[in-house]
Design a protein around this ligand. Structure first.
Ligand SMILES: [Zn+2]
Length: 261
């Protein structure tokens, strides 16, 4: 599943090539045909992201809301583009680029002013400007759920997926099973700040990099993590423990991650 940085990056990349352009919209698959008709021939005025939700705002006051879910993806092509495959839910065609949205979990057309309602339904986005950590921190400190579960809960905060969850808890040396209510305000603020920086870096590089390495010029940009999907802890050389929490594999180092306040 894409993590928050992927969606923010997509919002930026898609705006770079389609914003301000008149869009021809179709639904080759047919499931979004009536909605595509309503935005066809209007101008894409801007894009936006809240956590893993992506929004395309059009000049007629309508917005396409996309959540890719586990299997959805984007294909961006330059013109002339290949004819759309019949799995394409929505094709948005501008003068220079064509964007296909395939297999999304959510693809709906909503009034643009409803986006604010959606924003309040989710926890604050780690990448939002200005940052709004207070609502997330207060919610964590009221909960008896383990922090590793709370970080993945998009109602607490938006943007962290399974990889970032493992990495940020390891970087902060926090025991993933610590109850939210046991963590101090200072611990959570430091976690928020570091997580925000990691996500911003993820948007810049278009890859998850949490181990401090930077790709050298010309080097392919790939994921660089500390403990995710790894057997050995880079700090203590001990074994990484794997367990399941909230339906996803949780990785942690039982030696290094002992912080519980
Ligand atoms: Zn360790």
């Amino acid at each position: 599943m894409p993590e928050g940085h992927t969606i923010h990056r997509a919002a930026r990349d898609h705006a770079d090539v389609l914003q301000g352009k008149t869009i021809a919209a179709i639904s080759p698959q047919g499931r979004f045909a009536a909605q595509a008709e309503q935005i066809n021939g209007t101008v894409l005025t801007s894009t936006g992201a809240i956590g893993k939700h992506l929004f395309y705002h059009f000049s007629n006051g309508l917005t396409v809301h996309i959540h890719l879910g586990l299997g959805g993806y984007f294909v961006l092509q330059t013109q002339p583009a290949d004819p759309p495959r019949d799995v394409v839910r929505l094709r948005m065609e501008g003068p220079t680029h064509v964007l296909d949205i395939i297999g999304p979990n959510t693809c709906e057309l909503i009034p643009t002013h409803d986006v604010e309602t959606l924003r309040l339904r989710y926890g604050p986005d780690l990448l939002a400007d200005p940052p709004d950590p207070d609502r997330a921190i207060a919610r964590i400190r009221r909960s008896r759920a383990p922090i590793a579960k709370l970080l993945m809960d998009q109602k607490v905060m938006s943007g962290i997926g399974n990889i970032y969850r493992a990495e940020i808890l390891w970087l902060r040396r926090i025991d993933p099973m610590t109850q939210g209510c046991d963590l101090t305000e200072a611990t959570l603020r430091a976690l928020w700040d570091e997580m925000r920086e990691l996500l911003k870096l993820g948007v810049e590089l278009n890859a998850i990099v949490t181990n401090g390495e930077r790709p050298k010029p010309g080097e392919p940009i790939t994921e660089r993590t500390n403990i995710f999907a790894s057997d050995t802890c880079p700090e203590c050389a001990g074994g990484i423990e794997k367990s399941t929490l909230a339906g996803r594999t949780l990785y942690h180092c039982p030696v290094c991650q002992t912080q519980s306040t």
